[in-house]
Write a protein that binds this ligand. Sequence first.
Ligand code: THU
Length: 141
Amino acid sequence: MTEGPVPEEAKALIDEAVERARDAMDRAYAPYSGFAVGAAIVANGQIFTGQNIENASYPVSVCAERNAVGRMIDAGERRIDVVAVVTAAESPTPPCGACRQVLWEFGPEALVVAETTGGERIMWALEDLLPSAFGPDDLGR
Ligand code: THU
């Protein structure tokens, strides 16, 4: 979990991202798992949302976070500041391993905020969720 105080201005943006993720969750296409996920990325002061989109061919389903990354990239943004994830689970849902790797590419310093529809919130630094990550640096980029 992250430590230390979060500035007021950042708090407002985080709250807005959580709200947008909650809204995006309602548009999830998750008929197989029944587990709807909404995500919202804050990048350069803008918010990009996504939701999980499942498929009858289960492995090609795509998580909410990665769909939000696609929206951000399409808008020309490359730097993730915050990722909010909302589910109706009993406890906050952290991003899966594949999503952590994709988020790392664009936000090694990103803050990850997971909240339940019941209002329970957990925050982590992405680097704590993906220690010793393989990334662009390892390819000399
Ligand atoms: N899921 C996400 O959208 N994000 C995550 O980080 C965890 C899992 C989705 C994938 C699948 O559609 C459903 O949740 C159940 O695994």
